[in-house]
Write a protein that binds this ligand. Sequence first.
Ligand code: FJE
Ligand code: FE
Length: 318
Amino acid sequence: MRAALNRANFVGGLFSFRNIKSMSSSSTQNFVSRSVIKKVFAKLQKEGDGAVVRRGISRSEQKLLDPFLMLDEFSVSPPAGFPDHPHRGFETVTYVLEGGITHQDFKGHKGTIYAGDVQWMTAGRGIIHSEMPEEEINKGLQLWINLSSNKKMIEPNYQELSSSDIPKAEQDGVQVKVIAGESMGIQSPVYTRTPTMFLDFTLDPGAQFHQKVPESWNAFAYVLESGESGAVFGSSNASPVSAHNVVVFGQGNDGVSVWNKSSSKKLRFVLIAGEPLGEPVVQYGPFVMNTQAEIDMTIEDYHYGKNGFEMAKYWRSQ
Ligand code: FJE
Ligand code: FE
């Protein structure tokens, strides 16, 4: 038996006897799943200009989910949107599920991402941009990933992946799109400055899967679609989770087990994990630094157009 299993047994309470039995009948022997330690329903909240988002991760989850700062599920229709605003000190990952989002920034970077496409933006020392909806209905996820203190002031960078650039795999009724990291033996081309895994899973009715996650990383799932009593995480007898919930996993063990217990509906969720930075986080809206002094400096830089915000004085999106 694996050391991790022994340790979990010894510590006790990390998983139940029933879980062990269900594992021994699964295809992956001796896989010890992390358990669910917190569930958060993503409540509707106003953001940008007339836009409404479901905020799954906010300040109260930041300690548990270091390096993640925010997860929004957005649904936005014109004329609402996210007009000109700045960012510093972290990365934003925008994954469009329906429709399209056009972004423009103060360095002349412009583009539209559609359903299945990803924009991985490293704001670094400073970006001012707009993110506006393209079609009637535009939905997706935006994840904010913190940068370590020595990377907060790096030059901004974009990685744009069209749907066809995102590796996909399928086995036993489980499909995965690998936005970052690795699953089912395939790897994403995205360069993660803060080591991150971002997987989009769809499970057929009755399917189950075990995903490995590095032991020291923080991990959560966000349920996009599930049938009645469909999404079960951690142990096969755990209580089901419905759509628009964040599931926070405890640390350690081999990774995460999931079951789609619905007999008719597919289960779709994203599994996101990252290596914790272990640094102090001071957030002021779209600025995330380590200290209050750095936030004060950032506000000054933004106001006077300095240290990365030089174009702030001249640029407006069209
Ligand atoms: C923001 C003003 C903003 N969630 N989800 C202030 F406009 C924003 C912001 C967004 C956002 C954008 C997209 Cl495309 C999707 C989002 C917030 O742009 F975060 C702050 N603090
Ligand atoms: Fe933004």
